[in-house]
Design a protein around this ligand. Structure first.
Ligand code: SF4
Ligand code: SF4
Length: 402
């Protein structure tokens, strides 16, 4: 299983000091100060210390000044700088979260929305502060069967990790019902953890709230070990990211897949079932955690093209150049902070590009994006109606069985 840091570093502790002493630290020092990272960063112009300047300060031994600035809170962990760095420095994976950790520790006050979500994740196991007893309530509204492992602890092929937004919020539950319908239509042997599931902790790991992330990781690992399954599938691009690149640091060695590439594998079986034409022009947004971070670009487009009546059009920035929705790295809970700093919301910047394509639908592959883009559509004027739908929702609709 792939891990972002070497096992020795895991043992020593992933601190800035230890990283600088590792091969990754040596790579950081090879920075050629080209400024590509700052230039490609969607919030680069608002940062006092974009990645290039952070490395410059690091070399000069002036990190105390960087840690005193709240500049790095503008980083939404979009992986654009890391994807373009000619030295292959893993900025968004390693250096930037470590800097963010120090900055948060030094801040007199953490922005209130972020503080609340992190506290909720610790206390309730989800950033919205909902009761864990309600986590699987959505199952009663699914028209297709969903097995909960605590009630029926038989071995299964797929453990479907539903995650928080898709468990609790009404709009996210549309995604969950659609996913259940697709699993059932394909005859996949699957089950969920139900009320035993807690947040995978991506918000914690990308703000490098290590204690919170480890608490959630330890909890989920214990629950995983209770059951017998072959692979984990999740529709949450952030949970996918956390399982794929952070959990292996804590002994996680399960195969993990995101629903978009998972269903794309079954395209031959799925396509004959997609009988209902949708007759829509659709543009697809590449989620940062799937696209730039995992090189998953074609699968969402292949699924959309398989739906009868869908015409796919591209936004100006697509694939590796996609513009982040602004929800990563804690950005989901920093809109008020960004507004106070006079920053444009990235979801609004992106929705303008989607509107410019003339599409009826902005298709996404991450539950965060539904909220961010539906909200942006309320504030950005547009003459032609546009809706935001997850790829799984469009597929489920084309199944046409209800
Ligand atoms: S893109 Fe990479 S090499 Fe260029 S300044 Fe940024 S960190 Fe340094
Ligand atoms: S990860 Fe994205 S937001 Fe953060 S510094 Fe890099 S380009 Fe900017």
């Amino acid at each position: 299983m792939y891990s972002i840091v070497e096992p020795e570093l895991c043992e020593k502790g992933v601190t800035l000091e230890n990283v600088l002493d590792s091969p990754e630290g040596k790579r950081i020092l090879t920075c050629i100060q080209c400024g590509t990272c700052a230039g490609t960063c969607p919030y680069g112009e608002y940062m006092e210390y974009p990645p290039r300047r952070i490395i410059n300060m690091l070399r000069r031994g002036h990190m105390d000044e960087v840690f005193k600035s709240d500049s790095i809170l503008r980083c939404v962990a979009c992986y654009a700088c890391m994807a373009k760095c000619p030295r292959g420095i893993r900025l968004s994976d390693i250096l930037l979260p470590l800097v963010k950790e120090q900055v948060l520790a030094n801040l007199p006050e953490i922005p209130a929305e972020l503080q609340k979500s992190l506290q909720n994740a610790l206390r309730y196991g989800n950033p919205m502060g909902e009761s864990s007893r309600k986590r699987a309530n959505w199952v009663t509204t699914s028209k297709t069967p969903v097995k909960i492992l605590a009630n029926d602890p038989q071995p299964v092929d797929v453990l479907w990790f539903v995650e928080c937004y898709t468990s609790y919020y009404g709009r996210g539950q549309d995604n969950s019902r659609a996913t259940a319908k697709l699993f059932n239509a394909l005859g996949i042997d699957f089950a969920i953890l139900g009320n035993e599931e807690k947040c995978a902790g991506d918000c914690g790991q990308l703000t490098w709230e290590t204690g919170l992330f480890e608490t959630l990781t330890d909890y989920n690992m214990v629950v995983f070990k209770k059951y017998d399954f072959k692979r984990i599938v999740t529709g949450d691009a952030h949970a996918f990211n956390a399982f794929r690149i952070r959990y292996p640091m804590y002994g996680f060695d399960y195969k993990v897949e995101h629903t978009t590439p998972f269903f794309a594998q079954y395209l031959d079986r799925l396509k004959p079932k997609l009988k209902k034409p949708l007759n829509l022009t659709v543009t697809y947004h590449d989620a940062c955690c799937l696209g730039r971070r995992a090189n998953i670009y074609d699968e969402g487009r292949d699924l959309l093209k398989a739906i009868p009546g869908i015409k796919l059009v591209e936004m100006t920035h697509n694939r590796i150049n996609s513009i982040c929705c602004g929800g990563g790295g804690g950005g989901m809970w920093l809109d008020t902070f960004f507004k106070q700093k006079g920053m444009e919301r990235l979801s609004e910047r992106r929705i303008k590009e989607a509107i410019a394509t003339g599409a009826d639908v902005l298709a996404v592959s991450c539950p965060y994006e539904i909220y961010r883009f539906e909200d942006a559509l309320k504030t950005i004027p547009h003459e032609k109606p546009m809706v935001v739908r997850d790829v799984v929702e469009l597929l489920a609709e084309s199944l046409g069985e209800d």
